[in-house]
Design a protein around this ligand. Structure first.
Ligand code: ZN
Length: 505
């Protein structure tokens, strides 16, 4: 076959892979949103079946043969297909190392585990999930052994899967730097005499008003509803199918209405990335976000740096006031800005303020390391270890596992994702720093012109899709490697102003 024929064959094969994975996503989305709960088991059967079909197709001899053939013609392939074949071969070669039977067992374990995790959380009873969690740990290690260790570490195997080239060694240094600056800053903030009023964040706001607030926020930061939709789920998430179908979800708490507002900004940020990827890469594995940390960098950017920015708040607050006039009638924009940025060590990661957020991630990162670096870890010890670490880093102890180890969905199906949030935060501040050299961000935000910011991100980040590795992309956009100092500087500036702190010399 010549290159042209190879590319044609690749695109045909890839298209079917994509259709199956989109089908899985759509069924999963329905399962989490509007589909009848009673048919959950039937849907699970369908999901299992199509997942195996997907697994077989993406690990087949035919597919491997095709990719290897492309690899032989590497030099004559256009850059897009050079990158695609590199990305795909890495995945296929890794997945083919797992025997079909083991993959099947692992998939079954993960499905059961996510079901019982939900049960356990609803009933606040860790023991319901513990036996399945144990199996998840076991299978994660079994799979990692088939995939192969990276630098003698099975944990690295998963880290590298989410963020090409990232390792435990690198993250230890990264988290250490964060800790050294965030912990003392938090102490100063907690000692500040500044009083921040938050009563109006907890007055009752009904679902239909909340939906309006959420949609307004997502739209104002640049999420395109003509190519998306907003639904309610237990845990907010984003499903990017094609650039014309990017769905986001939120959760409405009647007595905590800003939770929904900033969930919509967060998922809206993920959605904006997916909606603005470079169309010319569609139909290949290059079409997608650079890495999960880059994905989180965009969600956290829009959620915090933009939606909680003073200038943006000045712009949008009168609009919020129109939707919920009685809630905000005697609230000034200054009071609102301070309330949404109030620092308070708390138990739930997704509701954490920007300053304490990374401490929640450090807890999870350290526990993941513990799980991977100890063969005899007892699953029954983990809730206690979790609580001890919360006491150490945040000074509080969860009164129950529901507000402790059971809070996040992630470990119900595997490990290695959490660091993406912290690295994402760091990327977002580093990118923001660069953006401000080229754009008058404050002025744009005060005028509600977030589209200019979105266009800048599209040009610099979204248009690259997966052509570059995360290390290459951050360097290309900002001129340097990942540097957590930008994030720490950003936090220091923001909170010194809000809490009227004296600056260290
Ligand atoms: Zn996210």
């Amino acid at each position: 076959m010549n290159t042209k024929e190879l590319i044609k064959k690749y695109r045909e094969y890839y298209k079917v892979n994509e259709m199956i994975s989109n089908t899985l996503s759509i069924i999963g989305f329905e399962d989490e949103t509007d589909a009848p709960k009673k048919a959950h088991k039937e849907r699970e059967e369908i999901l299992n079946y199509f997942y195996m079909e997907y697994f077989k197709r993406t690990t087949s001899n035919e597919y491997l043969g095709l990719l290897e053939e492309m690899k032989k013609h590497y030099d004559s392939l256009p850059p897009l297909y050079q990158r695609a074949v590199t990305l795909d071969l890495k995945d296929v070669e890794r997945d083919r190392k797992v025997p079909e039977q083991v993959a099947k067992e692992a998939q079954k374990v993960m499905n059961q585990s996510s079901y019982y995790w939900k049960e356990a959380k609803q009933n606040d009873d860790y023991s319901i999930w513990a036996p399945y969690f144990k199996e998840v740990i076991h299978y994660s290690k079994v799979l990692a052994k088939y995939y192969g260790a990276v630098d003698n570490s099975y944990y690295n195997t998963y880290l590298d899967m989410y963020e090409e080239g990232t390792s435990e060694k690198e993250l230890d240094i990264f988290f250490d730097k964060l800790k050294k600056r965030i912990v003392p800053l938090l102490k100063k903030v907690m000692n500040s005499k500044v009083n921040i009023r938050t009563d109006f964040l907890h007055t009752r706001v009904n679902k239909s008003q909340q939906e309006k607030l959420g949609k307004l926020t997502a739209k104002s930061i640049g999420y395109d509803f003509s190519r998306g939709m907003l639904k309610e789920t237990e845990h907010p998430f984003t499903n990017g199918l094609t650039h014309n179908d990017v769905r986001i979800t939120t959760h409405y708490y009647e007595n905590d209405w800003t939770s929904n507002v900033y969930s919509c900004a967060h998922e809206g940020g993920h959605g904006i990335y997916e909606q603005n990827l470079n169309k010319k890469y569609e139909g290949t594995s290059v079409y997608g976000a650079c890495s999960m940390a880059f994905h989180e960098s965009q969600s956290r950017f829009f959620e915090n740096i933009i939606a909680k920015n003073k200038n943006f708040v000045n712009y949008i607050f009168p609009k919020y006031k129109k939707i919920i006039p009685s809630t905000l009638k005697d609230v000034s924009v200054e009071e609102f800005y301070k309330a949404i940025n109030k620092v308070q060590p708390s138990l739930i990661r997704t509701e954490a303020d920007e300053l304490t957020y990374c401490l929640h991630i450090i807890v999870r990162y350290e526990i993941e390391k513990l799980i991977f670096n100890n063969d005899d870890i007892d699953v029954n010890d983990l809730p206690r270890i979790w609580n001890e670490k919360y006491k150490e880093y945040l000074g509080i102890t969860p009164p129950s596992d529901k507000e402790g180890i059971l809070q996040d969905v992630h470990w119900s199906t595997g490990f290695g994702y959490f660091f993406s949030y912290a690295v994402g935060n760091a990327y977002s501040a580093q990118i923001y720093h660069k953006m401000k050299e080229e754009l008058d961000v404050d002025k744009l935000l005060s005028e509600g012109k977030v589209n200019v910011i979105k266009d800048w991100l599209t040009k610099n980040i979204y248009s690259e899709a997966r052509m570059l590795s995360p290390k290459e992309l951050i360097k290309k956009v900002t001129g340097e490697d990942l540097n957590p100092d930008y994030y720490c500087d950003y936090l220091e500036n923001k909170y010194s102003e809000i809490y009227e702190l004296e600056k260290d010399e």
